[in-house]
Design a binder for this molecule. Structure first.
Ligand code: MN
Length: 241
């Protein structure tokens, strides 16, 4: 029994190599496994399930194939693809997960997050996040013509790139106290998240006991995944893209 975790693929038309690596990953790694969790920023951008680009359709079809072959597929929103909706998930045979969600991984309660909500030192971003996650705002945006949304996405991306350039390293990472707080709130000793593009396994203390924070890697240069087998410690794995 094996469960796989991936995140931060940032799939987009300009990176066909990542899409190809993902299709191979589904075929060679995910297929036949019990569960596959995608913890956000699966796509570089998402402006509504009605866009249906060839890339999106190709990915949905590939995911559905794996899902129909018996691997349960779960999808969590990231900060780039938080507008992914039930429509896409249905096409992909995937179940949309809340951020955060606690799952039982072969007897170990495990907290799953994208990770952006842990970066509390970035006050400006957290404000932006709160606005973007407002359901009324999302409804309003999704009702606008596709062309408007495409232009808006381009602008947001430029603003975000310009802002992040001036930010200190520590601001872009998780706040250690926030990690402990979240783990204690949810009563877990294991957390898996992505977002920071700093793949690692961190040991820490939560609720007075040893705990682990596992950070998934992004797919810019390597294919990163976490493999969790029943009765074994999770193993973070990578392969050149
Ligand atoms: Mn992210």
């Amino acid at each position: 029994m094996t469960t796989l975790f991936i995140s931060d693929l940032h799939l987009e038309e300009s990176r066909p190599d990542i899409t190809e690596a993902f299709l191979v990953f589904l075929d060679e790694k995910a297929s036949g496994k019990e569960q596959l969790f995608i913890l956000g920023d699966f796509f570089e951008a998402w402006i509504g399930d009605d866009e249906r680009t060839p890339l999106q359709e190709q990915v949905a079809t590939a995911l559905r194939t794996v899902s129909e072959s018996g691997t349960e597929v779960f999808l969590m929103h990231g900060n780039r693809d938080f507008l992914i909706g039930e429509d896409f998930c249905n096409r992909a045979g995937a179940t949309l997960l809340d951020d955060p969600t606690v799952v039982d991984l072969y007897g170990t309660p495990t907290l799953l997050m994208h990770g952006d909500s842990l970066c509390t030192a970035d006050v400006e971003y957290q404000k932006f996040r709160a606005n973007m996650r407002n359901p009324q705002w999302q409804q309003m945006i999704l009702q606008r013509p596709l062309k408007d949304r495409q232009q808006m996405a381009r602008q947001l991306r430029e603003i975000s790139m310009a802002k992040n350039q001036g930010k200190e390293e520590f601001i872009m990472d998780v706040t250690p106290e926030e990690v402990v707080k979240e783990m204690e709130t949810h009563g877990v000793q294991r957390l898996i998240h992505g977002h920071t593009h700093r793949p690692a396994v961190h040991e820490l203390m939560a609720s007075g006991e040893r705990a682990k924070r596992i950070v998934l890697g992004d797919w810019d240069k390597n294919v990163w995944w976490l493999e969790v087998r029943s009765g074994e410690e999770p193993v973070l794995q990578k392969q050149p893209l």
